[in-house]
Ligand binder design. Structure first.
Ligand code: NDP
Ligand code: 2IT
Length: 445
């Protein structure tokens, strides 16, 4: 590693103490950039990387709200506006008790490169709260969202910063957030939030986009290596928005999905998972997957077990960060797994990714493989800007074209900077260069 990069990583770790997820994400990107730096000395001389690793703006706020018992609760709200070189800050909101500033910074940092890779005009940002939506009534969720927006509204806008969903934030929360926003600003500013309901300005295909996009990306990787999806066995971790629609697309394309998971455990169904049953349990009833065997008695629920123990040919981590570690990677390799495509953000640890490289497991990194969600969010902004709505087919076709293009870019940049076939390398360098070129043209910003 170059002394410059090593020093920079150290400086960033020192300046962001107590934020291990953020430093993990930064390290992974900076390591990839070495060959770029040696060809472009102006990056070092202009301190571009230091600027890139420092958010343009970070907003922290109190979110007071009243629960159903009339008690006043207090949560923390975050919005990290990381980089606006390519467009308005764009990225989701995460509601989860584990949320910290460091977590939002890691997600916002990743978002910069992912959004750049889509080729669309979107900067990088992320937000959220340490609010735990689990076990809360709809009325509590609504009051929380309204209070959250009471502060957030002054920072967002269709040309400023455009939030969407992430873990714990789906159609219900987006509805409450948009309803509050509209009231507070007294304007029907559709493009200020994405992931909206399709009846009031949302894009058809946005709900499916991340999961579908991840499978489209995997399909490109497989085709590149003369492999197929049809009749292959797959496992998907998680059973939320990303996981469910990855499962659906895998099944549509003829794969057999044997297992998925949630925070309570794994469900294994040798006959292939039933998408409608999963959707009922997770999207509609918001229950634990332990209910699945009540619908299909042939299936087995394994409490507190990870999905990686189920032998598969292709694996799709779609739940959360660092959910697939070295020992999980070893298990996957032992079972003959040939491809891992990340639907979640940073689900594989650096050690796991290293092992995949050594063992020749094809690895599709999150920045590329899960970019379909934010890409269709940008398509939602385009529709909103022209007060139109495209058909599902139109959106899906554009999504497929975008995922194909991202796949091509990854290979192109990996090859150009001396790591042929390394998708993670190509995603980092390709995503970086587009942002860096814009930042150069802006001067010192
Ligand atoms: P959801 O909240 O819809 O679903 C998250 C799922 O992961 C739930 O099923 C949850 O279980 C499960 N889960 C959480 N922790 C664990 C764990 N340790 N082990 C197993 N399962 C777990 O979130 P999304 O599907 O939207 O997001 C999932 C990932 O994808 C996140 O990393 C997110 O940042 C990323 N992502 C999301 C995009 C989007 O458009 N939504 C776009 C790009 C990336 P339970 O139901 O029990 O809580
Ligand atoms: O991580 C992500 O890309 C998202 N949660 C989606 C962001 C968006 O703005 O649609």
């Amino acid at each position: 590693m170059s002394a410059y990069i090593e020093q920079l990583i150290q400086t960033i770790a020192d300046r962001n103490q107590g934020e291990p997820l953020f430093t993990q994400a930064v390290e992974e990107v900076l390591h990839s950039l070495e060959p770029v730096l040696s060809r472009h000395p102006e990056i070092e001389s202009s301190n571009l990387l230091e600027r890139l690793c420092e958010p343009e703006r970070q907003i922290l706020f109190r979110v007071p709200w009243e629960d159903d018992e009339g008690r006043v609760q207090v949560n923390r709200g975050f919005r990290v506006e990381f980089n606006s070189a390519l467009g308005p800050y764009k990225g989701g909101l995460r509601f989860n008790p584990a949320v910290t500033l460091g977590m939002i910074k890691f997600l916002g940092f990743e978002q910069i490169f992912k959004n750049s890779l889509t080729g669309l005009m979107i900067g990088g940002g992320k937000g959220g709260s340490d609010f735990n939506p689990k076990g809360r009534s709809d009325a509590e969720i609504m009051r929380f969202c309204q209070s959250f927006m009471m502060e957030l509204h002054r920072h967002i806008g269709e040309k400023t910063d455009v939030p969407a969903g992430d873990m714990g934030v789906g159609a219900r929360e987006i509805g409450y957030l948009f309803g509050a926003y509209k009231r507070l600003i007294n304007r029907y500013e559709l493009g200020a939030i994405t992931g909206k309901g399709v009846g009031y300005g949302g894009s058809l295909g946005r709900k499916e986009a991340t999961g579908f996009g991840c499978v489209y990306f995997a399909t490109e990787m497989l085709a590149e290596h003369k492999l197929q999806l049809e009749r292959k066995t797959c496992v998907v971790s998680g059973s939320g928005n990303v996981a469910l629609y990855a499962i659906k697309k895998l099944q549509n394309l003829g794969a057999r999905v044997l297992a998925c998971s949630d925070s309570t455990g794994t469900v294994y169904d040798a006959a292939g998972l039933d998408f409608n049953a999963l959707r009922l349990i997770k999207e509609i009833e918001r229950c634990s997957l332990s209910k699945y065997p009540m619908i299909h008695s042939r299936a087995e629920f394994r409490p507190n077990k990870k999905v990686w123990e189920v032998p598969c040919e292709y694996a799709f981590p779609c739940a959360t960060q660092n959910e697939l570690d070295l020992s999980d990677a070893e298990t996957l390799v032992e079972h003959g797994c040939k491809l891992v495509a990340e639907g979640a953000n940073m689900p594989c640890t650096p050690e796991a990714i290293h092992l995949f490289g050594e063992k020749g497991v094809l690895f599709g990194p999150a920045k590329a493989a899960n970019a379909g969600g934010v890409a269709v969010s940008a398509l939602e902004m385009q529709q909103n800007a022209t007060w139109t709505q495209w058909t599902f087919e139109e959106v899906d076709q554009r999504l497929q074209a975008i995922m194909k293009q991202i796949h091509k870019s990854c290979l192109f940049y990996a090859n150009r900077y001396g790591q042929p076939g390394n998708y993670a390398h190509g995603a980092n360098t390709g995503g970086f260069l587009r942002v860096a070129e814009a930042m150069f043209e802006f001067g010192v910003t």
